[in-house]
Structures are given as structure tokens and as C-alpha cells.
Design a protein around this ligand. Sequence first.
Ligand code: PLP
Length: 366
Amino acid sequence: MAGSTRPYNFAPGPAAIPEAVLREAAAEMLDWHGCGVGVMEMSHRGKEFTQIAAAAEADLRELLAVPAHFRILFLQGGGLGENAIVPMNLSRGGQVDFVQTGSWTKKSIAEARRYADVAIAASNAGSADSAIPDPATWKLRDGASYLHICSNETIDGIEYHVLPDLAALGSKAPLVIDCSSHILSRAIDWSRVGLAFAGAQKNIGPAGLTIVIVREDLLGHALPITPSAFNYQVIADNGSMYNTPPTWAIYIAGLTFKWITAQGGVAAMDARAAEKSALLYAALDATDFYVNRVAPSSRSRMNVPFFLRDESLNDAFLAGAKERGLLALKGHKSVGGMRASIYNAMPVDGVHALVSWLHDFAENHG
Ligand SMILES: *Cc1c(COP(=O)(O)O)cnc(C)c1O
């Protein structure tokens, strides 16, 4: 691949896609593998797309070591859609427990309340350091159909580095994880998980595809109000082709899976995430010019929110960053400040470039 002249894109989602994937998609845009049409133009039931979708699913299964008793579903509706679709499919109209750790779990709780009896097992709301509450303190209800956590809070920059072991906590409830913003950056311990879901637009590909990986025994209990296009059993029975799936997004996801495999798989992404996030947090911690308020043990390796101690410099910081080819560093509107999202597609060099900017800006304004 030719040397890139593209800027580094720190957008939180939709987010950067590996340049090699974009180039491959561009080269195949008009004619996929000699079949005469591009992927966007072909039938989802034809042999070409069937092959594309099957390869994407198989590669994802391989990358995340998804056991045979889990189904992989390709849906639409996004992460927020799943906040309703999960309770419709899994709650049986009964109790659902949540651990509230930030903006996404707050939204998930509000959505689930429409379908289930929701309780908050633990919350970090109001804590100064936003740490994930110790699982030993969680109040788990015996009758809960599942417990929902967000394994990486994209807006707040809070991540579970180890998934809770609910069985060890005396609970029989399956664990549901919203892993939208760190899927494929680390292995998932499937012995602890009942269902994992992720919108594609953070670490996988284009918006429009939602991935659900669900233990087979949890299928078949959807509430009668569940739209059939969102009934996991129906989707599973039809190989994610009950209705037209987001074909283009599945194709790009498939290219991304192949790219990750070629880079050394999830283990390589994990090592790179460790390296990139360590570089960035070290730069932020090296000076009191910058502030990150998350407890070090719960800091996200994907989304790094930070503040300039003197917020009157925010515009100058962002403008200078842009001049250096460092894009989309502005924080979420609900939080303010800055946020660097450093997903799998962000090269280590991009983080080095950001670290030099952090250093130079602080030198010039400190
Ligand atoms: C982005 C995101 C979502 C929402 O995705 P939409 O596709 O916009 O619905 C949900 N959960 C998490 C953790 C996210 O990062």
C-alpha cells in the first residue's frame, strides 16, 4: 500500500476504517470479483452475496472464538435499537438488572423500562472518579432474566477490563454486554456472556449493521409485540436474511475482519490497544495542563476523554490539531472537553502524532 497522506481521524463513531479496507472497497466498487456489478447492487440472496455474508460470519466467529452454541446475527437498528430489542427478546416481561456506568447504560435503562421491570444493581453516578463499581457490591435479583452492562462506555471513557463472573456472584442471570465501542479490541470470555451486541460504526465498519452474538438457549422467548424483523429466533432461523440485511455494511465488515486477521487477529488488536492507550494516558498524566477524571483501573483503551485545565484554550487546541491533520477531537456535547477515540483502525503513529501535539500545545500555553 502506498504511504498515506490522509489525516488521523479520532472520531467516536462513525469512525475511521482501515485505509486498506477503503482502498479494496473502492477498487471493487463497480465490479465485485468479475461478476459485473458492485456489492451494493446485487441480490442479498444471490450466490455472490451469500458467499460474502457467510465469509464475514465465519471470520468473525474465528476472530472472537465464538463457541458453536452461540449464534451470530446481522441486524439493523444500531446499538440504541438493541436497547429495546434485547428486552423484547430476553426479558420475558419480567425483571432486568443493570449496572449504570455512564451515558450509554443510562440510555439503555430508560429504553428497557418500557418492556421490563428494571432495577439498578449498582451505579457510579456521582462518584468523583467514575470507576466501575466492584461486582462484589452489586445487588443482583434472583429473578432477573439478565443483567445488562456496557463493557465500554464510549462517551465517558470507562471500560471493563475483565467481564464480571455472574455465576461466581451467585447469580444465574445471563450477562448481556453492549460492546459496541470495543468489540474486536480484546478477547471475549464467552463462558461469562449470554449475549453481546455491537453497532458496527465504531470498530467494524459503516453504520447500519448491528451484530448480535447470542447463546442459543436464550432464543425463542420474544414478547408477542416483538417485530418479526427483530425477533432473534426468526433472524437466526433465516440466517440473518429474513428481510434484506444491510448488505454493503456486511461486506465492509467482512473486509475489516480479513484485515484484522491479517494484522494478527484480536490478540494483535489487544496489544496495539494497550500500547496506544498507554502512550496517550501517559502523555495526559505527565502534566496537570490536561485532566482525565476516570479511575485508572477503569480507563477505556478505545475512548479517551480529557479536558484542558484552562478551557478557554479549547478552540485553539482543536484548530491547531486540525492543522496537524488530527481530526475530530472535540468531546461529546454532554461532557465537553476533548475525546480521542483510538479504535483498531487508528495506527500507533496517529497516537504518536497526537501525543506530540499534546506536548507542544502545553509547552506553548502552559
Ligand atoms: C454508539 C453506541 C451505541 C449506539 O449506537 P447507534 O447505532 O447510534 O444506535 C450504543 N452503545 C454504545 C456503547 C455505543 O458506543
